[in-house]
Design a binder for this molecule. Structure first.
Ligand SMILES: [Zn+2]
Length: 329
């Protein structure tokens, strides 16, 4: 790991024109500015992207796709194929456009095919739902939702790799910096957990998941009247992407992903404060891809981030990918 980090620094130094000493100084400063809770590797990635180092021709996961990326290589499973459509090109000829949904363990994205060589693969059923494929040289476009566009330079290959847990929820198009968060925006970002507060549990209605009120040991839902209460977790964090920190709130799904636990194991934490604390302390300095919504908490007069999903960022794998992309290996 240390050797890989060193190699990464050498590569980034070369590309940025900074000396290795200067770069390492910046990386350490970045680490300190994040409260010393980010790994050197994590800090080096942040500094590299701040320096505008472009990792072209990189292999990425769906959650790592950002509008504007070009020549992206990506592995995924086809979860849905749409019929090929025809359209009139500018020159009056008939063009074809194909599309399907590609998913990996971080999310799903619509893939759009513009080349007749590629649309033929769909028409001839050489690409089918469930196939694991490797796309090369795709471009990321989109306004509301991200899309992968494949043209003549791109290629599609079948792959033997196995993808077990595909995520079918699409990832949102925007990806913004915490310092630029706007009330109401939906966004995804990579950020480090810099503070985590003890898990809280609130009684909820098993039907509608809304908070219930207690009276004489009985629980009442506004809609479903007296119910058997179910305790759901809520987590409060501060996350930091290098531009700023923001208060973040997550519910059951987020807690499961962050603590890497099953639902019943999360419930057990309610009566096991020691284990909860141990797990919580491990969160500090960990990086995740967060997806969610920015909201203004009027009462506290602050911007907050409501986590929809959280996926661990595998720094080692990421550096591996970036290294390959920049020709280190
Ligand atoms: Zn209810």
């Amino acid at each position: 790991m240390q050797a890989r980090y060193k190699e990464f620094v050498i590569r980034v130094a070369k590309e940025s024109g900074l000396s290795e000493e200067e770069l390492e100084k910046r990386i350490k400063q970045k680490q300190i500015s994040l409260g010393g809770l980010v790994s050197l590797e994590g800090a080096s990635l942040i500094v590299a992207s701040e320096l505008g180092i472009k990792f072209d021709a990189q292999r990425v996961k769906v959650s790592g796709l950002m509008v504007g990326m070009r020549n992206v290589d990506i592995l995924g499973k086809i979860t849905r194929i749409y019929p090929v459509k025809t359209y009139k090109q500018k020159d009056g000829k008939e063009g074809k456009i194909g599309s399907f949904i590609l998913a990996d363990d971080t999310g799903s994205v619509r893939v759009v095919l513009w080349d007749t060589m590629h649309t033929a693969l769909l028409e001839e059923k050489r690409l089918e739902e469930g196939n694991v494929i490797f796309l090369k040289k795709a471009d990321v476009r989109g306004t509301d939702m991200k899309e992968l566009h494949l043209g003549g330079k791109s290629s599609i290959e079948h792959s033997d790799e196995v993808i077990e847990n595909v995520r079918t929820s699409p990832s949102s198009a925007s990806s913004s910096k915490i310092s630029e968060f706007r009330d109401g925006e939906r966004t995804s970002l990579r950020a480090t957990i810099v503070q985590a507060f003890p898990l809280k549990f609130f009684p909820s209605c098993p039907e509608c998941k809304k908070r219930v009120t207690e009276s004489d040991g009985k629980y009442y839902c506004l809609v479903h009247k007296e119910v058997k209460e179910k305790f759901l977790p809520i987590i409060n964090l501060y996350i930091d992407d290098g531009t700023a920190s923001v208060r973040a709130i997550g519910f059951l799904d987020a807690v499961r992903k962050l603590y890497n636990l099953r639902e019943d194991e999360v419930s057990d934490l309610r009566s096991n404060a020691v284990q909860e604390e141990e797990l919580r302390e491990k969160l500090l300095g960990e990086e995740f891809m967060f997806d969610g919504r920015v909201r203004k908490n009027a009462m506290m007069d602050r911007i907050e981030f409501v986590i929809n999903s959280a996926n661990a960022v595998d720094i080692v794998a990421l550096i591996d990918e970036l290294s390959k992309a920049t020709g280190l290996e």
